[in-house]
Ligand binder design. Sequence first.
Ligand SMILES: *Cc1c(COP(=O)(O)O)cnc(C)c1O
Length: 364
Amino acid sequence: MNAPVPKPWVMAIAPYVPGRATTDSGNQAAKLSSNENPFGTPDAARAAYASAADELERYPDASAHDLREALAAHYDLDADRIIYGTGSDEVLHLAAGAYAGPGDEVIYVRFGFAVYDIAARRVGATPVVAPDKDYATDVDAILALVTDRTRVVFLANPNNPTGTYTPKADIARLHAGLPGDVLLVIDQAYTEYLAPEDDDGALDLARTQPNVLVTRTFSKIYGLASERIGWGYGHPDVIAAMHRIRAPFSFGIGAARAAIAALGAKEFVEHSYGHNAKWRAWFADQIAAMSNKGLRAVPSKANFLLVLFEGEVSAETAYKGLMDAGYIVRWLPGQGLAHGLRITIGTEAEITGLTAALRRIVGA
Ligand SMILES: *Cc1c(COP(=O)(O)O)cnc(C)c1O
């Protein structure tokens, strides 16, 4: 019988597995599986979002003019060089779609963000996976894989799901080592959680170099994951190519207004940053105290910790035990991390409660 035949590269995609929001038993649980902001979103963003309730029949501004102007003012950017999309996920797809296709290669790191693999395969390009250096990004390993078929390099900084950070000098070395016709995409979804001295220099590269795209999102520290607002910054030619293939409308009127309001919520962002820095350090210490049980936290500069289970109690056992105790975390066997749990830094009550439960589970 005749039937439509999907492209083989599409059938080679392992579909994205989102963080779970419910437990096996259906009991209430703290969701620490998707790196969302435990404080929600700023009040001003919620009010701005609500103001759009009477305009639901209208198409949003396809040019995202007001949001681009707000971003340009906030980060001292050229508004014409800002691309935007339905989450930064879409911006990542646009980068792959504009610059890679069948026969081309797209490089990213092992233990990298799952969307890079999908974005590469979706357009028929060949994914090329660079080995890590004890879970951290190895710039030399990436450079060693570059061929004349390489078109895009994806790099998250800090990286997800490892939380590892690639310093400015390494980012500069990576860029300097890439041929000019390779687009370097630096995904800064967690950049707001970095200390000011940890600026990786990527935005400055995007300002000055023709082959660097930086992507950002309102889903993480700004607490607007539901509204799917992402953006990117790069050379005008890169932005123009991406505009050709983007969907005409990326996010709603309320979403754009909420994003603009969130951008101005300095206190909320500072509070979220401070809380995360404090409790991430506390949680890392607690994991270190369980090292005799084979637990180890990968050094993180993001709003989560990747905890490795290298002792008797497996990550799967801990995952199930935490779920029974009311904490949903991310177990990532599909990403080569059957021995790891990625745990979002939640509220104080959540992270201390989870730690107590984990201690019981591993017998510490
Ligand atoms: C969460 C995340 C994103 C953001 O995705 P959105 O589509 O903007 O919600 C992008 N990259 C990485 C590495 C992430 O962890």
